[in-house]
Every structure is written in C-alpha cells, then in structure tokens.
Design a binder for this molecule. Structure first.
Ligand code: MVZ
Length: 299
C-alpha cells in the first residue's frame, strides 16, 4: 500500500522513535557553533521545519538532517516561504516571524545519472506525518476521498475553542510528547495578547503587528496547564492525534518566555508562557507547489 501518513506504533513500551517516527533533527554547522532545530518528514525528499533555523548565508553542505534511525542525509536545498523576512519590521520590531516555515530538500547533489539517488528510507522509526488538504489526510480522517474538501479538513481539525494537540521534544535522549491546547475561536485573542509579554515585543502597542493570521497560539495555564517550547523545539511539528492517526497542523515558530536553559525546561509553566506556530492551512499553495512533485496528492 502507498506510504500511509501519520501512522505510529501505539503500544505503551514501544520505543519513542517508533511512537514519533516523523521527527528529524536538523543541525546547522557554523563557525560559532551548531544550531539545532527539529523537523518533520513529509515525503522521501522533503522535511518541513521553521525558516528562522537558517541564515541567509547558510550553505546546503552546512546542514545535516538525522532521522530516528540515526541515518544522516545530505541537504540539497532549503526553500523558505517567500514572505518570510525576520528583518521586515526593523528597527521597531527586531525579529518578525510571519511565514516562519521552510522545506528542506534531501537528495544527492552529486547524483550520477543512474547513480544511487538519495532519499529518506522509511522504516518503523522513520515515517511521514500527514499534512492538511492531502488525500492521505482524507484517508487518515476516514472520510470519502471523492467528497472531502480542504475546508472540511480545517473544520474537523481546528474546531472552535480549545483543540487538543501535542509537540515532541527531546528529553534525556528520549522523544517525549508534550500536551497543549490550540486556542481558536474566542480563546484566540486571549492567547495572542500574551505575545506582548515577550521581552522582544515589550514596546509593541498592537498585538496584530507581531501575531499575524498565520499563527496558531498554544500554552499558558488556563483552563489547564500547557507544556511550553524551548528554542531547540523550533521547526518541530504541532500535531493533532485523530483516532490514532497523526496530522501536523503547525510548525513551532517562537515562544514568549524562555523557560529553558540549554534546553533544560524549568518545572513550572507560567500563565503567559505562550507559543506560536505557523498554521499549515495558511500556506497551502506554497506547500503544494513544492510537494506535488514528490508525489503528495493535494485536494
Ligand atoms: C520555539 C522558540 C523559538 C524562539 Br526563536 C524563541 N525565542 C524567541 N521568541 C521570541 C523572541 N525570541 C523561543 C522562546 Cl523564548 C521560547 N520558545 C522559543
């Protein structure tokens, strides 16, 4: 059968790599040191991550992708969303994360004709996650392929109010799931407002200047305590578990409070520890334009 997306081992003591087989580690090797981000496997040639993980002068050979089976892959291209520009609102706003999303293309740059073409090898530890408005997600949602629309995906996944979701982080060499709720509907403004508690945005008057329509908002402690992200979680997927099928709806972009030192989380979340994720439903034309070549069927 074609590679069904968003399927993982469900039994309790399955290895964490087999429970979260779509997670990849991205290392950007620079003079000053190595920057670490997370990403998610979408197809044999494409990983989805955050654009802010990369600098304008990073070359492909400086970027390493490692899957859960410890295999390392060569990057041949990083395609950041064309509207991403961290400097767009300087000097008033030092860092602007709108459209913070990128595709990392895996392959073999010196692929000889007929040579071994490099692509991600799937296994029990390495599998693709589902993304919205694809045929794979229609099947994962157990809907009829013919009649299901992208709007129905959005209505099913991002219901009004609090939407249960998760992100995956690395803790003592284990992939651990962290539970959050996406605040939609009337909860959205309350969540977005806390963006101005980020030191970076202390002087910003209007929250809409930094929290655009491209973001999903999670975190905080009401009505229940949410997990919060660390910088090292950047680029990882925000995932909804729909009847044991996993659908990515966001990419971890930025957070309000840095409650982690060297990626060690402080024990208690704060009411204003909110996190913002690029909403995949808001960048579909860009996703489709890159991924349809690698066989992903969009609705
Ligand atoms: C995931 C993530 C990314 C970035 Br970039 C952060 N840094 C930051 N956010 C606003 C300004 N700078 C944080 C923080 Cl802080 C928590 N999680 C983060």
């Amino acid at each position: 059968a074609m590679n069904m997306c968003g399927m993982a081992k469900e039994y309790d003591d399955a290895p964490s790599e087999e429970k979260n087989p779509w997670i990849v580690s991205i290392s950007i090797i620079r003079e000053g040191g190595v920057e670490k981000c997370k990403g998610a496997v979408l197809t044999p040639h494409f990983i989805l991550t955050a654009a802010h993980c990369f600098n304008i002068d990073d070359q492909a050979h400086q970027i390493k992708v490692e899957t859960n089976d410890r295999k390392r892959y060569k990057v041949i291209n990083v395609i950041s969303h064309p509207n991403y520009n961290v400097n767009a609102k300087k000097p008033k706003i030092a860092e602007f994360y709108d459209y913070d999303i990128a595709l990392v293309e895996i392959g073999d740059m010196n692929k000889k004709p007929g040579g071994k073409e490099e692509k991600i090898e799937f296994s029990s530890k390495v599998r693709p996650i589902c993304i919205p408005c694809t045929e794979g997600t229609t099947r994962a949602l157990r809907k009829k392929v013919a009649q299901t629309t992208c709007d129905e995906h959005e209505a099913t996944l991002l219901k009004w109010g609090l939407v249960e979701a998760m992100f995956i982080t690395q803790e003592d060499n284990q992939l651990t799931r962290k539970d959050v709720t996406i605040k939609t509907g009337d909860q959205k403004p309350v969540c977005n407002r806390d963006a101005l508690k980020a030191p970076l945005y202390a002087d910003v008057k209007d929250v809409n200047e930094v929290v655009t329509d491209r973001f999903l908002c999670t975190g905080g402690t009401e009505p229940h305590v949410n997990a919060f992200t660390c910088k090292g979680d950047s680029g990882g997927p925000l995932v909804i578990n729909h009847r044991q099928r996993y659908i990515q709806v966001g990419v971890i972009s930025w957070g309000v409070t840095n409650l982690c030192l060297n990626n060690i989380r402080q024990p208690f979340a704060k009411a204003e520890s909110r996190d913002f994720h690029t909403n995949l439903f808001k960048v579909l034309p860009w996703l489709e334009s890159k991924l349809k070549e690698d066989g992903l069927g969009f609705l």
